[in-house]
Write a protein that binds this ligand. Structure first.
Ligand code: UDP
Length: 322
């Protein structure tokens, strides 16, 4: 049985990856320091003998006994609110954490995939964003702690590939949504759904003309799985190119939830990118991957998840790390 280490295992993407690798017949080690993750997301896996959990901060030396075949590094705060609250940890997990995991991969002769982000493109001057665009990033702005940690992560991952011959993969993840997002994580979808559920108006930042392109989590996990299994070491964008303005997105959530509320406009946060859409030509040609779940289906599934939570669970997802 092949063994895989998944960092950030109790988070939104990490927990879905754990499920996927268990389903594929792997033995999974989940690792998380639980700062932004929630054990509730992986509670169902604890009864399985193929699953182990290590409560550990990967910014410190990482020790895993026994064989390891794959490492997926998904530990990081990933929403602007989180990394504004814990900027130093955000920098450390992307830099020191990545270094530790690359060292572990080298020691175990394992293949490693690191989670990068569309934030490496910053507030992009090229649209849509292909992988060979170098980006337009403010290193000292509020998003700099995340963006530059992820850019450093890509640099050190490429260095381990080139210098040590390590098998590395880099996925650049665009906005993704689905079950297990935290209601209060600051991202636009949980913010809007939470507001709809509480009967509050939906807070649009800026004039709502900024765009994003939202990918349903199952599509993203499929793309990551294919990338890990491929022999391609350069960065690959994974996301859904279906672009929408944030104001239109708010209207869609109002329609979906049947809420009577309206959009209310708040100031745009500093360095909030004006547009974002992945160019997924590379993923299509190298991985044969493209998204299959459209926004209306994905939003239905996500809303059903939030509605199915008990009041205690809703409270937990709304107030964790508040
Ligand atoms: N946004 C918004 N209202 C909210 C939360 C976010 O209008 O309550 C906007 C935010 O300013 C950004 C977009 O929605 O333009 C996506 O924000 P998110 O934090 O989800 O992701 P990112 O900015 O990292 O793409």
């Amino acid at each position: 049985m092949k063994r895989v280490l998944i960092t950030g295992a109790a988070g939104f993407l990490g927990s879905h990856l754990c499920d996927r690798f268990i389903k594929e017949g792997y033995s999974v080690i989940g690792m998380d320091n639980l700062i932004t993750g929630d054990l509730k997301n992986i509670e169902h896996l604890f009864k399985l003998k193929e699953f182990e959990f290590y409560h550990h901060d990967v910014s410190k030396f990482v020790y895993v006994p026994g064989e390891l075949h794959y490492i997926l590094h998904f530990a990081s705060p990933a929403s602007p609110i989180d990394y504004l609250k814990i900027p130093i940890q955000t920098l450390k997990v992307g830099s020191l954490g990545t270094h530790n995991l690359l060292g572990l991969a080298k020691a175990k002769n394992a293949r490693i995939l690191v989670a990068s982000t569309s934030e490496v493109y910053g507030d992009p001057m090229v649209h849509p964003q292909p992988e060979d665009y170098w980006g337009h990033v403010n290193p000292i702005g509020p998003r700099g702690v995340y963006d530059e940690a992820k850019r450093f992560q890509e640099a050190i991952t490429m260095a381990y590939h080139n210098f040590h011959g390590l098998e590395t993969r880099i996925v650049r993840i665009f906005n993704t949504y689905g079950p297990r997002m935290r209601l209060n994580d600051g991202r636009v979808l949980p913010a809007f759904i939470g507001q709809a559920l509480r009967g509050e108006d939906l807070t649009v930042f800026g004039d709502g003309t900024q765009t994003r392109s939202f990918c349903y989590v199952d599509d993203l996990i499929e793309g990551i799985y294919r990338l890990l299994m491929s022999d391609y070491h350069l960065p690959v964008n994974i996301g859904n190119p279906d672009e929408i303005t944030i104001a239109e997105f708010g209207e869609e959530i109002i329609k979906l939830t049947g809420a009577n509320q309206q959009l209310v406009f708040h100031p745009l946060p500093t360095d909030d990118p004006k547009q974002r859409q992945p160019d997924i030509s590379r993923a299509k040609s190298i991985l044969g991957w493209e998204p299959t779940i459209n926004r209306s289906e994905g939003l239905k599934r996500t809303y059903a998840y939030f509605k199915s939570l008990t009041p205690e669970e809703l409270h937990r997802t709304a107030h964790r790390f508040a």
